[in-house]
Design a protein around this ligand. Structure first.
Ligand code: HEC
Ligand code: HEC
Ligand code: HEC
Ligand code: HEC
Ligand code: HEC
Length: 400
């Protein structure tokens, strides 16, 4: 005990010598009860109480958001007053879409990413059109089904609605203004109620309105949408039974994955690199180990989809990954796919050999004698019923 006394003395001496630590300056204010009030661009947040009162640390700008209202903001040092403007009551189907190029003047990077990604060409890309032309020939009554997800913004009185060969320009794809008018889901079942029929829009009759993932975007025409960080937002289009066939099963695969069980949404992986919606990584881990025995040298190849939230490949039913092992004269291919030989509307359901998230696929091979190394190639193919050159996503050589 007596040894602590000099310590106390030292501490009080220091406290006396050093300048006092700055106390936070608090700001009181008023906003509609229940509103989320924030010091803009920070984690300082508060909920206005039943009388609309809130207290926050001093900051440059304060914002408030509440369901059914535009986000608003104000600056000041004392008694901040935040009033909220209600969102339009009705969705106006006569609203004219804003072209993506109009967003580019302020969101140039996002525009470039979107232009280079798959969503911009969802109704016009050569890959889609090749299949679509066959649908028109073989199943003309079903042509409108594709529109729900591939061209969700088309008006139902547009001639292109039932004939996407007429669709052209950036507004025929999955475009900016469409995705940012979504704020909720309609009643319906994910997988059975496709794209535009599940996604609930709010299009204003006058002025502008964008829904987004932040509750402090206070330019005056923004509103907060928690759905934008929810996997169900993507599921509206990335899960689909088409003509009774489970053509797209990414969302249900996600529900059944380690990421899904941990509540890690699609956006946490696919929106990190921005609006290409690509993760920028193959998501595959490859390990090779060698064992030498009296009967020869064996290689154990271990392929694990490690940072993936669904099976690999996922998405369109024809996607295919091929692992090729090469050592001297030895060459072997393993295919991970849902095997199909005909376009999906013919109703064929082949064996499913795709990789499962987090689960290693292990293969043991005996190396020919005298061959010093093993080469492992992973190639990704987009189609099975169409010619496809494939794209090598991994190519490594392992020496024994
Ligand atoms: C497929 C639907 C979709 C399309 C198409 C789309 N967005 Fe987004 N956008 C989202 C989602 C979802 C988020 C939220 C991502 C997150 O933060 O997790 C987002 C986030 C944003 C944000 C806020 C975050 C940031 O990166 O600053 C802006 C601004 C934005 N989008 C603008 C645009 C513009 C401009 C375009 C067209 C060039 C566009 N979006 C196209 C779905 C879309
Ligand atoms: C004149 C410039 C300008 C134009 C044009 C513009 N935006 Fe924005 N937008 C902004 C700015 C600046 C912000 C950020 C506001 C803030 O942080 O308070 C913003 C915010 C947003 C947000 C909210 C982001 C979030 O994080 O929640 C979305 C969504 C959005 N814009 C979409 C669009 C779309 C879609 C278009 C085209 C149809 C568009 N914007 C056109 C300047 C613009
Ligand atoms: C309105 C429907 C719609 C919504 C909502 C949507 N997508 Fe898509 N997405 C599509 C379509 C259609 C394609 C295929 C475009 C093509 O290649 O023809 C696609 C393509 C993609 C691709 C590229 C696939 C490839 O093989 O290159 C990724 C990744 C993707 N979407 C992720 C997402 C994520 C993540 C979300 C949610 C934040 C989302 N999408 C929301 C319709 C949608
Ligand atoms: C833990 C991270 C993670 C989560 C969560 C995740 N994904 Fe992926 N996803 C990946 C990786 C990695 C790939 C393969 C590389 C790539 O194409 O970006 C991929 C591939 C895809 C592809 C195929 C793209 C292509 O080029 O073939 C689509 C479509 C897709 N994901 C959609 C989704 C949707 C929709 C969700 C949510 C239901 C989701 N992903 C959740 C990591 C994730
Ligand atoms: C439930 C929504 C939905 C419906 C309905 C739908 N698609 Fe898709 N489609 C998608 C999504 C999402 C992707 C991207 C998945 C991926 O990249 O693996 C896609 C990708 C494709 C691709 C691959 C494009 C490419 O080049 O890589 C083709 C082809 C295709 N769809 C054809 C069709 C046809 C034809 C119809 C109508 C009979 C149709 N789809 C209906 C959501 C849908």
């Amino acid at each position: 005990m007596s040894r602590l006394i000099p310590l106390f003395f030292l501490a009080s001496l220091l406290a006396w010598l050093l300048p006092p630590s700055p106390r936070p300056v608090w700001v009181r204010g008023h906003a509609p009860p229940g509103a989320t009030v924030r010091v803009k661009n920070t984690h300082h947040v508060s909920i206005a109480d039943a009388h609309g009162r809130f207290t926050l640390p001093q900051g440059e700008r304060f914002t408030a958001s509440l369901a059914g209202h535009f986000i608003t903001g104000a600056s000041g040092h004392a008694s901040i007053r935040l009033t909220l403007k209600a969102l339009p009551k009705h969705d106006d189907a006569d609203y004219q879409w804003a072209a993506p190029a109009e967003c580019a003047s302020c969101h140039q990077t996002i525009y470039n990413e979107w232009s280079g990604g798959a969503h911009s060409g969802s109704a016009t890309s050569a890959g889609f059109r090749r299949y679509y032309r066959r649908v028109i020939d073989e199943k003309p009554d079903g042509a409108g089904v594709c529109t729900s997800c591939h061209a969700p913004g088309l008006r139902d009185d547009d001639l292109a609605f039932f004939d996407l060969r007429r669709a052209e320009g950036p507004l025929s794809g999955v475009h900016c203004d469409y995705c940012h008018k979504v704020h909720d889901l309609n009643a319906g079942d994910i997988g059975l109620t496709h794209g535009r029929f599940l996604l609930k829009l709010l299009r204003p009759s006058k002025g502008q309105l964008f829904f987004g993932p932040r509750d402090d975007a206070d330019r005056g025409d923004d509103a907060y949408s928690p759905l934008h960080r929810d996997s169900r937002y993507c599921a509206a289009c990335h899960e689909g039974n088409v003509f009774g066939i489970p053509v797209y099963t990414t969302y249900s695969e996600w529900l059944d994955s380690p990421a899904g069980r941990a509540g890690m949404g699609c956006q946490e992986c696919h929106n990190k690199a921005g609006h290409t919606f690509s993760t920028g990584t193959p998501g595959l881990e490859l390990e090779v180990g060698f064992t030498h025995t009296t009967s020869g040298t064996f290689a154990e190849v271990r392929l694990t989809p490690s940072k993936v939230g669904h099976r690999l490949p996922t998405g369109f039913v024809e996607r295919r990954l091929v692992m090729t092992l090469e050592a001297g004269d030895y060459r072997e291919e393993t295919t991970f796919a849902r095997r199909v030989t005909q376009p999906f509307w013919h109703g064929e359901a082949g064996a499913d050999t795709r990789l499962r998230p987090g689960e290693p696929f292990v293969k043991r091979v005996r190396l020919p004698s005298g061959v010093p190394s093993l080469r492992v190639l992973i190639t990704r193919y987009r189609y099975q019923t169409q010619p496809d050159d494939g794209q090598v996503i991994l190519d490594r050589k392992w020496s024994r």
